[in-house]
Design a binder for this molecule. Structure first.
Ligand code: ATP
Ligand code: MG
Length: 331
């Protein structure tokens, strides 16, 4: 039996994460979920959105499945997500983006994954006021660049992907992005079967909108990765389907990309797919590869069939009803 920290989160969190838990259990994977409270409920109960015991639980279990957590604005709380990444040193943010057969989309055949460096770049938090303005430092180290590059090439190898594209602005950020690109090139030597190329970030944005199907693994520093991740989520029509994994050396957090969507909370209409797929990524991470694949196949099949979809995808099923259909398809 494997212990996994479970955070339901805010807004639609309870509904969509309950679906994920139900589906995971239905695969037969032997998991003990340890529930922890974070977000608004934690503020009410403990006076802070991210109590220390949540972090301790994840540190102990080394893996968490997390719902959308709201950081209350204007009360001096640090972002829950940023704090978790820092505390657990979750250096790789991984976001797969794939078109589903059966959905009406602007594009076909997109199957890419974005690997974003999660610990430095413009998020290093080195910012200060100067005379007449303010300045920030974009920290890029060789070590962190090599670490994220290795993650990207390992993933490419594991998933039989063929190409890694490094995104940068080395024509302007001549020193920092040179460090990044040199590190990527150095790591690439150990992965000769995978093609490596690079693209300036602005050109990448245009190419991704024009020919997204040409790309495979995108590797980027923190802010570029952040922006391109959302751009790519938009290419496949959205929030209800997109997951993100935050991976570190000794721990990982799996979650949906969407937020707490308070406007539709408690109405049984939210699409639980992103959370269910986050559950599949979690299963895969802890060694339940077969169970993970079962879930992914069930979702793909259901969407392709097109008869049983949630509202955001043009259907009329509620969260619970949709979850039932996913479970029926697991076999
Ligand atoms: P937060 O402040 O927690 O980010 P938000 O209101 O910005 O919450 P998002 O999740 O970022 O919510 O999404 C924006 C909108 O997209 C929501 O208001 C909701 O209508 C829709 N949405 C988000 N997630 C889902 C989902 N899983 N199923 C259906 N609709 C969703
Ligand atoms: Mg939001």
């Amino acid at each position: 039996m494997k212990n996994v920290t479970l955070i339901y989160g805010d807004g639609i969190g309870k509904e969509v994460m309950s679906s994920a838990v139900e589906v995971i259990k239905a695969t037969g994977a032997d998991i003990n979920f340890e529930e922890e409270i974070a977000g608004l409920e934690a503020v009410e109960k403990y006076g802070e959105p991210l109590p220390k015991k949540v972090i301790d639980s994840i540190k102990k279990n080394k893996v968490a499945l997390k719902g959308p957590v709201t950081t209350p604005v204007g009360k001096g709380f640090r972002s829950v997500n940023v704090t978790l990444r820092k505390e657990l040193n979750l250096y790789a943010n991984v976001r797969p983006v794939k078109t589903y057969e059966g959905l009406k989309n602007r594009y076909e055949d997109i199957d890419l994954v974005i690997i974003r460096e999660n610990t430095e770049g413009l998020y290093a938090g080195i910012e200060k006021e100067i005379e007449g303005g303010a300045e920030t430092t974009r920290l890029i180290t060789k070590e962190a660049s090599k670490r994220i590059a290795k993650y990207a090439f390992e993933l490419a190898r594991r998933e039989s992907r063929k190409m890694v594209t490094a995104l940068h602005k080395a024509n302007i950020c001549k020193l920092t992005d040179r460090v990044f690109l040199d590190a990527v090139n150095e790591v690439h030597k150990d992965y000769p079967e995978i093609e490596l190329n690079d693209l300036i970030i602005d050109a990448a944005c245009m190419n991704l909108v024009m020919y997204p199907e040409k790309y495979d693994v995108l590797l980027a520093t923190n802010l570029f990765g952040d922006i391109v991740s959302d751009l790519c989520a938009g290419l496949i029509g959205g929030l209800g389907l997109t997951t993100g994994s935050n991976i570190g050396k000794d721990g990982a957090i799996f979650e949906a990309v969407h937020g707490s969507a308070p406007d539709i909370a408690g109405k049984d209409i939210a699409n639980p797919t992103a959370c269910i797929l986050a559950g599949a990524k979690m299963l895969n991470y802890i060694g339940y590869e077969k169970e993970a694949k079962k879930i992914e196949n069930a979702i793909e099949g259901l969407i392709k069939e097109g008869k049983y979809l949630t509202k955001d995808l043009g259907g009329n099923l509620g969260t619970k009803e949709f979850t039932k259909r996913v479970i029926e398809r697991l076999q």
